[in-house]
Design a protein around this ligand. Structure first.
Ligand SMILES: Cc1cc2nc3c(=O)[nH]c(=O)nc-3n(C[C@H](O)[C@H](O)[C@H](O)COP(=O)(O)OP(=O)(O)OC[C@H]3O[C@@H](n4cnc5c(N)ncnc54)[C@H](O)[C@@H]3O)c2cc1C
Length: 403
């Protein structure tokens, strides 16, 4: 599935937005931050949200669907947009919803590596059209790591690049597309060509500096085939959810398809189940009473950057028990004064959510003592079907292992 060369996601987003805008029964709250789910007796009744013009509001709903995307922002290097701070996963966790497979984070091998620039994704199709990876010395290296060379699975290409970076003691490798015709590069990769040009890189004549980045959260809120979660009246779809469809290693291009299919199913089921009976569901403002201790001196940007670096270093493409343990200790320490604190704007809430998601990823990764798909343990190199062909499910601080 592809649209306008390399702009499939944008095309889907624009179609969805215009459909929603033209639908008389859909009310849109723009610039509204979802804070928490309203859950009692294992039943969801809506959300608490925040709007800069009104403060906190309650939005009641007969059915709630979480579609808040991924959590790539917990990593220093990521292809994900700034909003991908894992808010939905953290909200669900606080509400006791079951989460699954959180140790499986997919890293994309090739993102543009220019200091200070956004990590623009250089899609697989560039390698599919003949793009060649080269190290600092201009040497091809993929054939020595895998018989399919540049076309090996994402996790293998990411690990090979990482090794080459370590070996050459350099910050990145290169993608060479200079031998591909100018016409093909313009027709097939207009966005990539334009993005590189904006940083002074003419891909028809120059090598593209690339580096792996966190790309896609395979795990998430455990859902059934209709998007239902473990909490009544709550659904999830898209990257925030875990349908199990991607196994331990997602194939490229399947995420948008999954989002479309499961988004449709969840919406359909939520509509059917909510019935026709009208209920007063208008949003209400409310006054907060208790305030917890405020640490006025907190530098949230510093906490956020430290967390992202730690996750990249210790819970990244390659992991081991010692690094994971240290990461968990550090995150727990930061969480002590950040999570208990009261914040009044999205930055604080996002950092709280990022800490929760990071601890869940690290703890799941430390429990899975094997390598499988995108989860690669240096201290457990083999896939161990006998003990580990099962999911790690977490809720309310409890980890269950389910076949
Ligand atoms: C650069 C890049 C290229 C990709 N290319 C492909 C591809 O070619 N094919 C493919 O299949 N997949 C691709 N993927 C993966 C795919 O794009 C994502 O998995 C998919 O877009 C996720 O969709 P979503 O609707 O679940 O989340 P999103 O599209 O991320 O939408 C989440 C929405 O929730 C909102 N939100 C988040 N938190 C809150 C909050 N607290 N309150 C209110 N709103 C909130 C966000 O603002 C956003 O509008 C790509 C991903 C990236 C980053």
């Amino acid at each position: 599935m592809r649209a306008r060369g390399d702009s499939t996601g944008k095309e889907i987003e624009e179609t969805l937005i215009s459909t929603v805008k033209n639908h008389s029964h859909i009310r849109v709250f723009e610039h509204t931050f979802a804070l928490d789910l309203l859950v009692s007796n294992n039943t969801c009744n809506g959300i608490i949200a925040w709007r800069s013009c009104e403060g906190k509001i309650l939005i009641w709903a007969k059915r709630t669907i979480l579609a808040s995307g991924g959590c790539g922002q917990v990593y220093r290097e990521t292809t994900n947009p700034e909003i991908a701070t894992g808010d939905g996963i953290a909200m669900a966790y606080r509400a006791g919803v079951k989460l699954q497979d959180l140790e499986f984070v997919q890293f994309h091998p090739t993102t543009l590596y220019v200091a200070g620039a956004e990590r623009i994704l250089i899609s697989e199709t560039v390698r599919g059209e003949g793009g060649i990876l080269k190290n600092k010395y201009g040497e091809m290296f993929m054939p020595k790591y895998h018989p399919n060379a540049e076309l090996a699975p994402r996790d293998i290409v990411s690990r090979s690049i990482l090794r080459e970076i370590h070996k050459t003691d350099y910050t990145h490798v290169y993608l060479d597309v200079r031998h591909i015709s100018k016409e093909k590069l313009s027709n097939r990769f207009p966005k990539i060509k334009k993005s590189c040009a904006s940083f002074g890189i003419d891909i028809t004549k120059q090598l593209i500096p690339v580096h792996p980045s966190a790309h896609y959260m395979i795990g998430g809120i455990k859902v059934d085939k209709n998007g239902r979660t473990s909490v009544k009246n709550l659904y999830a779809c898209g990257e925030v959810s875990c349908t199990g469809l991607h196994g331990a290693n997602r194939l490229g291009s399947n995420s948008l398809l999954e989002g479309l299919v499961f988004g449709y199913r969840a919406g359909n089921m939520a509509g059917k189940e909510s019935g026709k009976k009208k209920k007063d569901l208008s949003p209400r403002s409310f006054k907060e009473t208790a305030k917890s201790h405020l640490y006025s001196e907190l530098d949230l940007e510093d906490v956020k950057n430290s967390l992202k670096s730690l996750m990249w270093r210790s819970v990244g493409i390659e992991r081991d028990g010692k690094c994971l343990k240290e990461a968990i200790e550090n995150i727990k320490h930061w969480s002590k004064y950040i999570i208990s604190n009261e914040f009044s704007s999205p930055l604080g809430w996002e950092v709280q959510n990022m800490l929760i998601v990071s601890i869940l990823i690290s703890s799941s990764a430390s429990r899975r003592c094997e390598s499988r798909g995108v989860h690669y343990r240096l201290d457990y190199l083999d896939t161990d079907d006998k003990h580990w062909k099962k999911h790690i499910i977490v809720h309310n601080g409890k980890y269950d292992f389910v076949r």
